[in-house]
Design a protein around this ligand. Sequence first.
Ligand SMILES: [Zn+2]
Length: 397
Amino acid sequence: MLALENPPTPKPLAVRERRESANSGRSLKLGKQFDQRTFSVFPMPKLARKLKDDVAAIAIREGRVVGSPGHAKARRYLLGRMQELGVEPFRGNSFELPYTWGGDEFVNLAGAIPGASPSAKPVLIGAHYDSVIPAPCADDNAAAVAIALAAAEMLAKQKLPRDVVIAIFDAEEPWHFQEPSMGSIRFYHDQLRERGAHAALIMDLVGHDVLVPAEMLRSFPWLRWPAKLLPRIGDDLAVPGVRDLLFMTGAESHPGLADVVDSVRVPRRLRPIATLNRYVGDMSDHGVFRTNGVPCLFFSCGRWRHYHAESDTPDKLNYAKMARIARYLAAVAKALAATDLEPHDGASVDTAEFEIRRIRKACGPAFGLVMKWLRIEKLETRADISALAGKLLGMGL
Ligand SMILES: [Zn+2]
């Protein structure tokens, strides 16, 4: 059909020339494929069970609204887990990084996995732990916090060239969202300070299957019977392939990010799709990093009907998918830790080709069918990707 029908096979990273970093003279260590199977000492079923236990402990019925007893209870649990994981306090001798704003008290949590070069900027993995309402809010954001802990545990067993910091932010939800009291904003400006970050990997809403509302299939009578065979979560259907999607925005924030992402092997039955951050905006804690020029990737399974609702409960999450995300995230963090990203002014780079390649890969043999279903004629240009993003967002994702 077009150039991208048969994309030029990129040279395997193993045989790519080692490039010299302009500023430091150190070579870029893009020498090998970063394989999530490095972490196979943590078998998937065991990882999934651990994630489930963590979500159960964090997603308590009373919720984690800032300043509430549930918020303090969840934080106590997280402190205990961070002590167990083999990570060190990010600053001083406590994982707790308290701050006050407008007379209110907040607490970020941060731990560091030491790498070989303590003076190098760390790779940051971040997610918020507060909840929007006094309810479990399992997908928002207990799931991401559990995944961050699992990634920390896996990375603590690795030899890393630079530190990896696990930051569990307070106060992401309204009334703090994008306000000076927001946990990630205070972390970046007051707690991370001059150390800065090599890159930031931020997660929100990463515990659920990407679901298809049952009513969306009504206009396809020939699908009525096959649809009866699909697993149901409330009024939604878990369609094979679609349920495994993971959205990733922000690769455009640095010219080296797409290569790093491409160097990581994706776990089976996980389908990461890369799109521009501007399609969805700074919907979570990545905003402060992105706007301050930190190379940044944001991971999410998108919104769903339980978003900010009392029905966002632990029983609706897919812990096997979360285990795949945890392994993938750990591998991306490890690949980033081993890569020198050259200084960049923060301007967006063109990632259209990368996005198209990732979308095709995520859809696999169903690519044609998906495009047909979404009534997208072709996927060749930025305008085509924008049309696709518009359709997906129109579905409420
Ligand atoms: Zn939220």
